[in-house]
Design a protein around this ligand. Structure first.
Ligand code: GAR
Length: 198
């Protein structure tokens, strides 16, 4: 069985979707640990509810990114983690960290990459008034929101959509697409080769 860690900074709805998929054996792995950098993150409460071990590594208590990441790496090693899943983890990982876990970090982004990179992708797409946006699951490489794409799903923006209704549609799709993509990667069925995933 492969060991999974989830890193999350906020609400944690993707965390819950993944934890439920693990329980339902739709993801064949052990969800060993949830790591959060943010003491106020609601995801910490969700982890408790799902009985997943939660570790808070409060970024504000570390003098540098390197020392913070070393603390994260310690937890990953202790739990013999095979795959790191970023689920609303709102910090950029250093090149060193990404190199250390090459092809072992996944991210979900709430837009059709390479459009609308960054922290406010749903709002940016809504304000731009594109007709279609969506969700992207990708391997993490050394550039932000950039690595090889594993899966994408399209979400149309219709006339009566508000930012709120669009957010709800995006999250609903995220909760389907991310567990499915994680399971395929864990099965060893998907490997990055240049920009492609084969
Ligand atoms: C998700 O929409 C995820 O795609 C996004 O943060 C949200 C977290 O929601 N991630 C990014 O924007 C990364 N650049 P959640 O905490 O409810 O899972």
């Amino acid at each position: 069985m492969k060991n999974l860690a989830i890193l999350a900074s906020g609400n944690g709805s993707n965390f819950s979707a993944i934890a439920k998929a693990v329980k339902a054996k739709k993801i064949k792995a052990d969800l060993k640990v949830l790591i959060s950098d943010n003491p106020k993150a609601f995801v910490l409460k969700r982890a408790k509810k799902q009985r997943v071990k939660a570790v808070l590594i409060d970024r504000s208590l570390f003098a540098s990114k390197a020392t913070f990441e070393n603390a994260v790496i310690t937890i990953l090693k202790e739990n013999k983690i095979d795959l790191i899943v970023l689920a609303g983890f709102m910090r950029l990982l250093s090149k060193n960290f990404v190199r250390k876990y090459k092809n072992k970090i996944l991210n979900i982004h709430p837009a059709l990459l390479p459009s609308f990179k960054g922290e406010h992708a749903i709002k940016d797409a809504f304000d731009y008034a594109v007709k279609y946006t969506g969700v992207t699951v990708h391997f993490v490489d050394e550039q932000t929101d950039h690595g090889p794409i594993i899966a994408q799903a399209i979400v149309p923006i219709v006339k009566n959509d508000t930012l709120k209704s669009l957010e709800a549609k995006i999250h609903k799709i995220e909760h389907q697409i991310y567990p499915a993509a994680i399971n395929l990667v864990l099965k060893g069925k998907l490997k990055p080769k240049g920009r492609r995933v084969v």
